[in-house]
Design a protein around this ligand. Sequence first.
Ligand code: HEM
Length: 420
Amino acid sequence: MSQAQSWDARSFIDLTEYREVEEVLRRGRDFVVAGTKAESDEFVHGSLIAIDGREHLNRRRAVMKMIRASQPWGAEGKLIDAVYAHNLKRVQETAEPRDGMIHFDLIDFCKRVIWRVTAAFVGLDDVDDDETVARFQRLGSDVVSGLTVEYATPEARRRILDTAREARRQIREEMFAPSLARRRALILEAGDDPGKRDALPADLLTSLLLVPEDARLDEELIFREMVALLSASVNNPVWQVAWAIDDLLTWLADHPGDRARVGDREFINLAVKESLRLHRASRPYLVRMAVEDTVLESSGRFIPAGAWVSGWVEKANHDPSVFGDDAGVYNLNRTVEDPRVPHFGMAFGAGPHVCLGRPMLLWEQGSEEAQGIQTKMVRLLLERGVTKDPEGVQKLAGVEGSSRYIRYDVTMPVAGSGEN
Ligand code: HEM
């Protein structure tokens, strides 16, 4: 059976209960990702998201430095603040104010910020002015669509693949090749000097060039790894900021006493986590393949060898047996009984392929100033008085198990809007 034929979602075993989904994701030896990519295999073959076992673990280790809080894009870094301030200024200068308010689309705003920061941590140079960020966004979005092509309708797949291949070619030539060459030169320059090596950038491309000799990756695989990271990291934060703002504004309207807590890191973290639990915005289910006949300990369900299993994240995160009878409701006073279950449930997955980006998004250690990208964006926007534009458009899109705002018009007071 070819991979393309085997990717038939109608034949998948659908899991929607929290314990079952979690068990499958955790049992990485029994339920693997290898072989579960069909048409998208040409984009991700051999990359972190498509391999298992020891090789996968080593690859994750190779890029761990990238997610440290001390990096410019990390929780202690200031890159996000600078990019946010730049975009706020752009909105102020370009959006025509009405009645003392600036009106703009939050989705477009967040995309510009997140894509710019993403370029930095993957290691693409010169993606810093508005025009280049917009080009990176266009090309990157087309490539990323190729990585989830299996989830699209059969009629749309050919077009998605053609567009993705062309965008991949351009991104590789224009952005990846010169950035990789620059990093090769930096590494050569540093030689064996421990101080200079330590000062090398910690982005993905540099990290992958530095892996030990016996695990060295060729240029094609480094490129695929970069594309896989783009696909994992660019869209979700944008959509989740919009969900967090939407949910929290509604909550604050009903609980005005909580307004004073918007600057409080713990409160914002809690709010962001509750939105992450409640809404899945990207692929509605995560796919694994059973290596051999397996009985799930959590339920006694039998999964035959070779079966494809789909773990429906949002449904699992609404499981009343774990999150209570009001599991489908946004509630910042929720307490999750089981201490092993995080407040955001399975929003970041579980087991060996659990999201690598979580510490960059939510950061709960160290000083109050250290804050993840996700939580910082929400705080900065709310502190500046961003609110839903009652006369604007807020448009949802999605499929069963996944939904996101593709446009979310907001307003912000003109006065003092450069203060962030
Ligand atoms: C709100 C934003 C995000 C959400 C909800 C999210 C969610 C997830 C989920 C559910 C998985 C598991 C996929 C699976 O098991 O098949 C995952 C994997 C991953 N995420 Fe995220 N993610 C987010 C942002 C990011 C960011 C900013 C990065 C950047 C470093 C990132 C990097 C990754 C990587 C590299 C993987 C694959 C890990 C592996 O296969 O070992 N994610 N993410």
